[in-house]
Write a protein that binds this ligand. Structure first.
Ligand code: AMP
Ligand code: GLY
Length: 419
């Protein structure tokens, strides 16, 4: 197959690496891609939101499968257009993508499918804020009902901060969501799903807060590891029966069935009960960087089977290894990232028996003179893979400590809960 990956983050580099190692794949193209996807295949200078440009590119390259990384093109209808052109696409149509595009819509679907999730109040008028805050005890969870790259959520025990976040949401969007706070530990389950069935990949744990100890503002994700021990066989069984089965039932019966990854963001309480914090309609970033290396079968076959609605016929296997990834961010991330600085030390790679570690590129470009330059908030990640989690984490840190980028930052406690 000729495969086209849409996007330019660490997730897309992880997809490009695994797809380029798949026997079923001849060549991996990316648009627009990054410094890593340029090495695993060929980059094309088409923006991930340029739907007509992507269709034209796919036709010109005679692409057999388009794999869409980020949510925004899916919400904007890229998959719908590819379907019209009869080009197989991994990623749902715009109606399926509403599960991520609108938290209010996702909540309504969960309520009608009786999927466990936090309670929610929709607020459209500033006069209603105080009585709404009285409905829940702190901490309060304030969410904008728009795509915000993981940064549209404020969790706070400070009533005036919650009040201000709610006002801000109403001023920006005309509405805002106040959600019940869920206690517990988070895990992400990536489910590759079509109308014929689904495959649950090993659960991972992301680190959404900027600072060590899970402090500071929410980010797109500062690191991850897999498999996550919090997701025990008992939790898995409940997640499948209470969340994944009802969602699959709903999504397979849509006019256009869901074909892609359903990212289930879970909160697992102290009794092992799973609740949905959010759905995403794509692979997670950085969860993908730790999940794909644990798939020991052909990724191209898995994604293509899903894109044509035949996942139930696809054989796949998962390795017993563990993996960890540590994200390196630019100075100023997540509010005001500084780009355009030279990066050194990324050539480091560990290959020692069963242990490997290497760089997943994200916000990076190769400048005209051939130097590697930062180009975004999350610049790259170091990923380690080993027979046990401790060794995978150590290998990933060995790689990240070698990277030189002025003002950069990474968390020092990735996988602490798993360890
Ligand atoms: P979301 O974009 O909805 O995934 O929210 C981002 C992050 O905010 C989540 O990963 C959680 O860490 C936190 N969060 C969101 N909703 C809740 C909730 N209802 N209870 C506790 N934490 C939450
Ligand atoms: N790492 C969180 C996300 O991909 O949404």
């Amino acid at each position: 197959m000729e495969v086209l990956i849409v996007g330019s983050g660490g997730r897309e580099h992880a997809l490009a690496l695994s797809l380029s190692e798949s026997d079923s794949v001849n060549h991996v193209h990316s648009c627009p891609g990054n410094a890593g996807t340029a090495v695993s295949g060929t980059n094309h200078n088409v923006d991930s939101m340029d739907i007509q440009g992507i269709i034209n590119l796919a036709k010109r390259l005679d692409i057999d499968l388009v794999v869409v990384g980020p949510e925004a093109p899916l919400v904007a209808g890229l998959s719908d257009r590819l379907l019209e052109e009869e080009i197989p696409c991994f990623g749902p149509n715009s109606i399926g993508a509403k599960l991520e595009g609108s938290k209010l819509y996702a909540k309504k679907i969960m309520q009608s499918a009786k999927v466990p999730t936090a309670g929610l109040i929709l607020i459209e008028n500033i006069d209603r804020i105080n009585e709404s805050l009285d409905n829940y005890s702190p901490p309060w969870v304030v969410k904008r009902d728009v795509l915000a790259g993981g940064k549209g959520v404020v969790v706070t025990s400070d009533r005036s901060e919650a009040f201000n976040a709610l006002c801000n949401g109403i001023e920006l969007d005309g509405k805002v969501l106040l959600e019940e706070f869920l206690f517990g530990e988070e895990a992400s389950v990536l489910v590759v799903m079509d109308e014929s069935g689904y495959v649950c990949l090993p659960a991972s744990q992301d680190h959404k807060r900027l600072l060590d100890g899970d402090n500071g503002p929410n980010t797109g994700g500062m690191g991850a590891y897999a498999p996550a021990p919090i997701y025990t066989p008992a939790v898995e069984q409940r997640t499948i029966s209470e969340i994944i089965e009802p969602m699959h039932h709903f999504l397979r019966n849509q006019d256009v069935p869901y074909r892609g990854c359903l990212y289930v963001g879970l909160m697992i309480d102290e009794n092992g009960a799973p609740f949905v914090v959010e759905f995403n309609v794509r692979f997670g970033d950085p969860e993908t960087q730790v999940t794909l290396p644990l798939i020991s079968s052909d990724l191209g076959e898995l994604l293509m089977s899903c894109a044509i609605g035949k996942i139930s016929e696809c054989d796949y296997s998962i390795s017993s290894y563990s993996s960890a990834t540590i994200v390196l961010t630019s100075e100023g991330y997540p509010s005001n990232s500084i780009s355009g600085r030279v990066i050194n030390g990324t050539e480091i790679r560990i290959e020692e028996g069963e242990i490997s570690a290497f760089v997943h590129y994200a916000g990076t470009v190769i400048s005209d003179d051939g130097t590697l330059v930062s180009n975004g908030g999350r610049v790259l990640a170091a990923t380690g893979i080993a027979p046990n989690l401790g060794t995978a984490v150590e290998a990933a840190y060995e790689v990240i400590e070698n990277i030189e980028l002025e003002g950069s930052y990474f968390r020092k406690d990735i996988a602490h809960k798993g360890l």
